[in-house]
Design a binder for this molecule. Structure first.
Ligand SMILES: [Zn+2]
Length: 357
């Protein structure tokens, strides 16, 4: 099939876009013990995003508001005195690059430093810290505090591209706090640079190529137009960055995506673009903090070479544990069946976030 068109969002490519977002409604029943065993209907919505491959079940209103978490137990178990990223132990306990990559051993920029991960999960897996402060709460993660940390990642990517010409895929990632997999309280980013993409990035590139073959248009461009036109999940814009909630989130508390409009390689990002990203992130952090959440996963991915099939983009997934037991927000449905249970409705979450943008 080939569908071609010019100008604004064409009807055909809109239909194609609609077909990538699948939705099915189901109603279940049970006799409710809290209402004299009256019959009660339960509404489920199963969603599938063909572009990311995520299948998600939206179960509205099944989550209680979070109470604010006392951070002291975390800080007691992971104190400054034992932290390899705090100034006292930093030089002694953090790895250095070999001289072919970095003569000084570590990439430095302002208050930030980037060095090899001591426990790598990839041939080139770096860690970047952006502050000597051991604990930074979400409201303390300002644009100025984070900027050097993201920029030092760009410095590193640029150097890696010079040294290893076959590398093409890079990402900046963040497990903020233990519910998101963070093993240290001290805020740190993780970089991955590789010749091959991860599963998700590979899938997204393939989908974008197929879409271009069928519609003669850029998938990421059309997604931004589609979401703006639909006006259901489009949150807003911070400079060059467009923000949306995901149709089929990969987290129990939803998922927020961002796309750098028209940026097709990591090298095309400049300092202003990073500022735009961080400005949006701060708003997301404000949203999480207002909901008494304190943890998230973040990823930004891109190619080194200019690649129309992958606009530079990423996503933020809020993470949490259910109280009082500290129950994980990941369960058998996700781990065993590869589907997500999500009590947050992406369109409602979008409306909440819009007020902050
Ligand atoms: Zn520390």
């Amino acid at each position: 099939m080939t569908i071609r068109g010019n100008g604004n969002m064409m009807q055909n490519s809109r239909l194609l876009m609609d077909s990538m977002y699948g939705k099915e409604l189901t109603v279940g029943k049970y006799l409710d013990p809290f209402k004299g065993f009256e019959e009660k209907e339960m509404h489920f919505e199963t969603r599938h995003d063909d572009i990311t491959g995520v299948t998600c079940r939206i179960l509205p209103g099944r989550l209680r508001a979070q109470v604010r978490t006392d951070m002291n137990p975390y800080l007691e178990k992971s104190p400054e005195s034992a932290c390899p990223f705090c100034p006292d132990l930093f030089d002694k306990f953090t790895p250095k690059f070999t001289p072919d990559i970095c003569r000084d051993g570590k990439f430095k920029r302002g208050s930030a430093a980037l060095f090899p991960n001591a426990f790598p999960h990839s041939r080139f897996n770096g860690v970047a810290i952006f502050s000597s402060k051991h604990y930074l709460s979400l409201p303390e993660l300002s644009v100025d505090v984070m900027r050097d940390g993201f920029l030092v990642c760009l410095d590193y990517f640029s150097r890696m591209k010079d040294v290893f010409s076959l590398l093409d895929f890079c990402s900046i990632n963040w497990n903020y706090m233990p519910p998101a997999g963070g093993g240290l309280i001290h805020p740190h980013l993780q970089t991955v640079v590789a010749e091959a993409p991860t599963n998700l990035v590979k899938k997204m590139c393939e989908k974008a190529k197929n879409y271009h073959d069928m519609a003669g248009r850029n998938l990421w461009r059309d997604i931004m137009d589609y979401e703006k036109e639909k006006d259901e999940r489009y949150i807003g814009k911070t400079g060059a960055v467009e923000w949306m909630t995901c149709f089929a989130p990969r987290g129990m508390l939803g998922e927020i995506r961002f796309i750098f409009d028209g940026k097709t390689s990591i090298g095309s990002l400049n300092q202003d673009d990073i500022g735009d990203l961080l400005s949006g992130l701060c708003r997301i952090f404000g949203y999480l903090d207002a909901k008494n959440l304190f943890s998230f996963n973040l990823g930004l991915y891109a190619t080194f070479a200019e690649n129309d099939h992958l606009y530079v983009q990423g996503r933020v997934v809020p993470r949490f544990v259910l109280q009082p037991l500290g129950t994980s927000d990941s369960n058998y449905f996700e781990k065993i069946h590869d589907e997500i249970i999500c009590p947050v409705v992406p369109e409602e979450q979008c409306r909440e976030l819009r007020d902050l943008f």
